[in-house]
Design a protein around this ligand. Structure first.
Ligand code: FES
Length: 117
């Protein structure tokens, strides 16, 4: 699912409810030129990563969510949803963004990114 949202650059922004994100799936948010993938795990944890694999920029939002990670659909790198870091022998990290859940509402803070190096 894609959503185009205009973000205020200073605060938490409501992007919808947890029910808008499929379990073990994602919702893609467009923030200007930047795409953010918002993932929901099987146990209803929510994480936000830049929708760009650290390997060759594959669309992580189209990957498989499992065990707190997403597997990139292009070459199967496994990326931690919590840290954005590639797992195992692979090396690299994608940017992550803080997520806050209030009731069933999901808020993102895109000003406090843990930017990839
Ligand atoms: S682009 Fe993601 S594994 Fe290659």
């Amino acid at each position: 699912m894609n959503a185009h949202i205009t973000f205020a650059k200073t605060a938490w922004v409501l992007i919808g409810t947890i029910d808008d994100i499929p379990r073990q799936g994602s919702r893609r948010i467009q923030d200007g030129a930047r795409r953010i993938a918002v993932f929901r795990t099987a146990d209803d944890r929510v994480f936000a990563l830049e929708d760009k694999c650290p390997h060759k920029n594959g669309p992580l939002s189209e990957g498989i969510v499992h065990d707190g990670c997403v597997t990139c659909p292009l070459h199967n790198w496994v990326i931690s949803l919590e840290t954005g870091e590639a797992q195992g022998a692979d090396d690299g990290r994608t940017s992550t963004f803080p997520v806050r859940i209030e009731g069933r509402n999901v808020y993102l803070n895109l000003t406090a990114t843990n930017a990839a190096c």
